[in-house]
Write a protein that binds this ligand. Structure first.
Ligand code: RIB
Ligand code: CA
Length: 307
């Protein structure tokens, strides 16, 4: 029986790969869209484009256009001004739903209690809004898998902060303190599971229309990696989606309490992990530390039609 996913996302080039993986192996009940990598108008348009590519009639719900409290910088320098590598893809014919993403999260989990796996691939603004409106939300969600954080302080936007958490730390605080148990796939694990450009581009060459789409939208980010002499692609959302789709691919994980720093002048947006159990609070996160790389890569190759 296929898993049924509810995906909150800010597409985003790596989000797009995670979504292709999801459509290849699972059913997708809805996409709720966050601002993050680029503005909400672009992330919604990109989600609609992707659903048309895979011929899915998945409802797409726009969520919050801004973080809860303080403004934040996007990641257009990585993903392109349009969030899809400025590849100039045609707009989708489909329209987004009228219902706000946060309200859709509440409604869909009430309609299908215990059935849905919630996957968070962007800033947590929509999840925080939904949780604030309905604190019983976690009881109706089978699994919550979050891509975010840097569990030993090696971030990718400030020294300790990873982008999704750092973009809206107050939202992350609401989710991390209000959700009893979730799975966390962080930036540091992402960095340990890079894929060489050579191997990735061999899949793009061998794949189907999905590979041709991904070749177009990832050209900018692959060039970005080459210019910086990076050994390969680091695909955070794809790694998180691998944990969702193939839970047994996780080879090492630790349960710990994780909190979000909101005020530090140097540390705002940091994921503070109680590794030694000092604060006496129950573990709220299963921190994924390592995956079987071959199984991770097999999911990506299959999603590009190159398996
Ligand atoms: O830090 C990586 C995360 O930030 C990924 O979700 C990427 O899409 C960006 O949103
Ligand atoms: Ca993302």
């Amino acid at each position: 029986m296929k898993q049924v996913l509810l995906i909150d996302t800010d597409p985003g080039v790596d989000d797009a790969l995670a979504l292709l993986m999801a459509y290849d192996r699972a059913d997708v009940a809805a996409l709720t869209i966050a601002a993050g990598n680029v503005g909400l108008g672009h992330t919604v348009a990109n989600a609609l484009r992707l659903t048309e590519l895979v011929a899915a009639a998945t409802p797409v719900h726009a969520g919050a256009a801004e973080p809860l409290v303080r403004p934040a910088d996007d990641a257009a320098f990585v993903h392109g001004a349009d969030g899809f590598g400025d590849a100039g893809l045609p707009s989708a014919q489909r329209q987004a739903e009228a219902e706000h993403g946060a309200l859709a999260l509440i409604r869909l989990t009430r309609e299908r209690p215990g059935e849905l796996t919630l996957v968070a691939l962007g800033p947590l603004t929509n999840l925080a809004l939904a949780l604030h409106l309905d604190p019983t939300l976690p009881q109706r969600v089978a699994r919550l898998v979050i891509m975010g954080g840097a569990v030993t302080g090696r971030g990718n936007t400030t020294v300790p902060a990873e982008f999704n958490i750092g973009f809206d730390p107050e939202a992350a605080h609401i989710v991390f303190s209000g959700w009893p148990q979730f799975e966390l796939v962080d930036w540091e694990a992402t960095m340990r599971h890079g894929i060489t450009l050579e191997r990735f581009e061999s899949w793009l060459a061998a794949g189907d229309a999905r590979a041709r789409f991904y070749d177009a939208i990832s050209r900018k980010i692959r060039g970005f990696m080459r210019e910086r002499g990076r050994p390969g692609l680091v695909l955070a959302d794809a790694l998180a989606m691998a944990v969702v789709l193939d839970p047994d691919c996780v080879t090492r994980a630790e349960h710990r309490h994780v909190a979000i720093e909101l005020d530090g002048s140097l540390t705002r947006g940091a994921t503070v992990v109680d590794w030694e159990g000092r604060n006496g609070k129950p573990a709220n996160a299963r921190i994924v530390l390592e995956l079987d790389q071959a199984r991770f890569e097999a999911l990506i190759a299959a999603a590009l039609g190159a398996a």
